[in-house]
Design a binder for this molecule. Structure first.
Ligand code: GS8
Length: 222
């Protein structure tokens, strides 16, 4: 267990990237303090100082030292607190996990964002792309395994499950259900949410939907 103040997350409740860090720390049984950033009304000096390049959350502060980028932070957490391991043990399996982590990072959330932030035909295109990406994940990465890495919940599961509290928003704006296209992935989502480490830090999908509606208004989309 970590003493108070040792581990701090510069956080935003709706950020799927912050959720990744919280799940990883929960899996390791590490206590942390989360400091909510106001991303629209002025970021804290600490955030600007800790992540001067991107000025984004999450930032992890460990004994005052800062780290940015959620996949890198989850990696750091896995190397710092080694039990239970999140990444597999063989170099080949680690490489595979990193391949899918990279795929998820480059594809899933951006495709989803194009659904909720789009209009007209662009939404249809984004929806098709999003479903195609999920099908690739389902067929080629998850297949018939309970979790991406096999029998136990791990690195790729954390990176992917954290994005799913936004799926309801994508579904509402896109007019589709993930479950109708990707039954195995839907079963995996339910399996992951049975874990306390996931459910207790995952934002309410309806609140995310309301948040996305607010962002659309702010961006003048209607
Ligand atoms: C993405 C972080 C990010 O987009 C990661 O950590 O994995 N690749 C990074 N953070 C957003 C909030 S979630 O959409 C953020 O901090 N945005 C503030 C800004 O862009 O100014």
């Amino acid at each position: 267990m970590s003493k108070s103040g040792e581990v701090v997350i510069l956080d935003c409740w709706a950020s799927p990237f912050c959720v990744r860090v919280k799940i990883a720390l929960n899996e390791k049984g590490i206590e942390y303090e989360n400091r909510e950033e106001n991303l629209f009304g002025g970021k804290s000096e600490l955030l600007l100082k800790s992540n001067p390049i991107h000025q984004k959350v999450p930032v992890l502060l460990h004994h005052g030292k800062s780290l940015a980028e959620s996949t890198i932070i989850v990696d750091y957490i896995d190397q710092t607190w080694t039990s239970p391991p999140l990444l597999p043990s063989s170099p080949y399996d680690v490489a595979q996990a990193r391949f899918w982590a990279d795929f998820i990072d480059k594809k899933v959330f951006d495709a989803g964002r194009n659904i909720w932030s789009g209009q007209g035909e662009a939404v249809e295109v984004a929806k098709k792309e999003f479903i195609e990406i999920l099908k690739q994940l389902e067929e080629l990465a998850l297949a018939d395994k309970p979790f991406f890495g096999g029998d136990s919940f791990g690195y790729v599961d954390i990176l992917a499950i954290a994005l799913t509290s936004w799926f309801y928003t994508f579904e509402q704006y896109g007019g589709f259900k993930v479950e109708d296209h990707c039954p195995k992935l839907s079963a995996w989502i339910k399996r992951c949410y049975q874990r306390d480490t996931v459910s207790k830090v995952s934002p309410d999908p309806v609140k995310i939907y309301e948040f996305a509606a607010m962002l659309r208004k702010m961006q003048g989309i209607e």
